[in-house]
Design a protein around this ligand. Structure first.
Ligand SMILES: Cc1cc2nc3c(=O)[nH]c(=O)nc-3n(C[C@H](O)[C@H](O)[C@H](O)COP(=O)(O)OP(=O)(O)OC[C@H]3O[C@@H](n4cnc5c(N)ncnc54)[C@H](O)[C@@H]3O)c2cc1C
Length: 308
């Protein structure tokens, strides 16, 4: 399994410096993170929504170390909301946030993250859209779910993410499958120990189907975050069996991965939301994309050798 090795190596400062400074990096990064500023991302938002896709926007930058950076992250999202307001997209463009970027890992982090994310959720609601809290490594999740619950008291449409690889997730899904909840199910992208998470792909896939069944049979709004063709057809079957019509669940995929499939599902009448990340602090997001598909790393390594 190369993925966990890549994720472990990505924590090294040396690897970070090497990858960040390599001349070919930018063109590979652009495949997954198609802009650094809000001005650069607005044309992409226009293009994708013009093609019938919906969006969830992510400002990258999870590796913050000071409360000032957490406040800057909040302001970057507020700037984004301002631009989305001008585009008048309503719920067709929502936002995804990582609470680490809002200060969750700093001293007093739980309260700091809540106080930074709340204005973003408020601003999103004011333009008719919403925010989904991404799931990060397992040590952060109790705090994330508590913040989610707190935000939902005033903004019940606030979504959250659950990860099929974690043993805890089936129970989380049952708790979250109630009326009005919006839950994105993903396989999970972090390096997790065997005490808390399935390690084998087939075990993760089986768990994904079990959890998806809970969400589909529940009263909430399931968001299927996967590019896996098998899981996408199983999701359609489960939705059908649960009596859900298109529009009562949605598919979500990452920008830069299986773009033809985004358009195919949208053309079939499904709600298809593209997770579109932008910003300058792309390292963590980019390394998870490399780890998910070792062929990406091989391509990247070849580019380093041939052009570097
Ligand atoms: C909308 C969305 C939001 C997400 N949010 C979170 C989150 O909050 N927390 C979290 O832990 N994880 C998140 N993830 C990542 C997720 O956990 C997986 O790591 C990722 O989706 C890959 O799993 P998969 O279901 O696509 O299946 P896989 O079996 O990994 O992939 C299926 C197929 O998709 C293609 N593919 C998948 N990944 C890549 C890639 N990086 N590059 C090129 N092709 C690829 C390949 O063709 C592959 O065969 C999110 C994913 C999506 C789609």
């Amino acid at each position: 399994m190369l993925g966990p090795v890549i994720l472990a190596a990505s924590r090294s400062d040396r690897i970070r410096r090497l990858i960040s400074a390599a001349p070919v990096t930018k063109q590979v990064v652009d495949r997954f993170i198609p802009g650094e500023t809000v001005d650069e991302i607005v044309p992409i938002v226009r293009e994708l929504t013009g093609r019938g896709l919906e969006l969830t926007m992510d400002v990258v930058g999870e590796d913050i170390t000071t409360p000032g950076q957490a406040a800057a992250a909040r302001d970057a999202y507020l700037e984004l909301v301002d631009r989305l307001k001008q585009l008048e997209l309503g719920p067709r463009a929502e936002m995804s946030v990582k609470l680490s970027m809002f200060g969750q890992a700093l001293g007093g982090g739980h309260d700091l993250a809540l106080s930074n994310v709340r204005p973003v959720v408020e601003a999103a609601a004011a333009i008719g859209t919403t925010v989904t809290l991404d799931a990060e490594d397992h040590t952060t999740l109790d705090s994330m779910f508590a913040i989610h619950e707190e935000l939902r008291k005033d903004f019940p449409q606030t979504g959250c993410v659950i990860q099929a690889y974690l043993f805890r997730t089936e129970a989380d899904a049952r708790r979250l499958a109630g009326n009005g909840s919006r839950v994105r199910l993903v396989k999970g992208a972090y390096r997790e120990p065997a005490e808390v998470a399935h390690q084998q792909k087939h075990e993760i896939d089986k768990a994904y189907v079990r959890i998806l069944k809970v969400l589909m049979e529940g009263e909430g709004y399931p968001m299927i975050g996967s590019h896996d063709p098998r899981l996408i057809s199983i999701a359609q079957e489960l939705a059908h069996r649960a009596g859900r019509k298109p529009g009562e669940y949605e598919f979500q995929m990452l920008y830069g991965i299986r773009g033809d499939e985004h358009l195919r599902l949208a053309a079939e009448g499904h709600r298809m939301r593209v997770y579109t990340a932008y910003g300058t602090d792309w390292y963590g997001y980019f390394m998870r994309r490399l780890a998910e598909k070792p062929a990406n790393l091989r391509f990247f390594a070849r580019s380093l050798v041939t052009k570097g």
